[in-house]
Ligand binder design. Structure first.
Ligand code: URA
Length: 205
């Protein structure tokens, strides 16, 4: 785990309900996952970032965005002038969804029902942190925050109003960038991603 995660886990305790997030049985994803992964960051953070769900490494570590996607996110945030330790970073879905293949666990996207059930936790985090702006990293986070299916490539790059008291900047998920095979396209998409983060930081200031 990275140092920022340890430092900021102390500032804001994980969201609690009867038994807390770890005891959540709102959907079936808890059964195969190692543990629920809460968000981390200071209460009162101006900027919140929401990913899809914990990946393989996050599931084992119990911390959001500590694997390869998290490292890319770290780099892009730095480039956008955003201090990760000042942000609240979480996921739309708190358990890792996967299918086993040999020794590997292959990521599966959460379905609409799982996103809906887990929004209960995300809503609690938003109410606690009260961010000025939320970055939705990818379609799952976008769907959860905007409460409708989203078209990331069409709706990105703008500050979106929602029916709730937060605004959203929708952008791609860092895993999308990791998967791009073409180096030139990857570089261009990375720059667009950094530009979206800059826009979000400016809107949250
Ligand atoms: N992908 C996500 O959406 N969230 C994580 O925490 C890690 C990878």
């Amino acid at each position: 785990a990275t140092r920022w995660a340890e430092a900021f886990a102390r500032e804001l305790p994980p969201v609690q309900d009867d038994g807390g997030l770890e005891a959540c049985r709102r959907c079936g994803l808890w059964q195969a996952a190692t543990q629920a992964v809460p968000g981390e960051g200071p209460a009162g953070a101006a900027l919140m970032l929401v990913g899809e769900q914990p990946g393989d490494q996050e599931d084992l570590a119990g911390r959001a965005f500590v694997g390869p996607a998290g490292q890319l996110l770290d780099r892009a945030m730095k480039e956008a002038g955003i201090e990760r330790t000042e942000c609240y970073v979480t996921n739309a879905v708190k358990h890792f969804k996967f299918t086993p293949r040999g020794k590997r666990r292959i990521h599966q996207s959460p379905d609409a029902g799982e996103i809906e059930h887990c929004r209960w936790w995300l809503t609690k985090e938003i109410a606690t942190v009260r961010p000025r702006l939320i970055v939705a990293l990818g379609a799952t986070a976008g769907r959860s925050l905007l409460r409708r299916p989203v078209a990331v490539m069409r709706e990105r790059g703008a500050v979106l109003a929602t029916g709730s008291d937060y605004r959203v900047v929708l952008t791609v998920h860092p895993s999308f960038l990791l998967r791009l095979p073409d180096a030139e396209r990857k570089a261009a998409e990375y720059e667009r991603f950094v530009a979206d983060l800059r826009l979000a930081a400016a809107a949250a200031a």
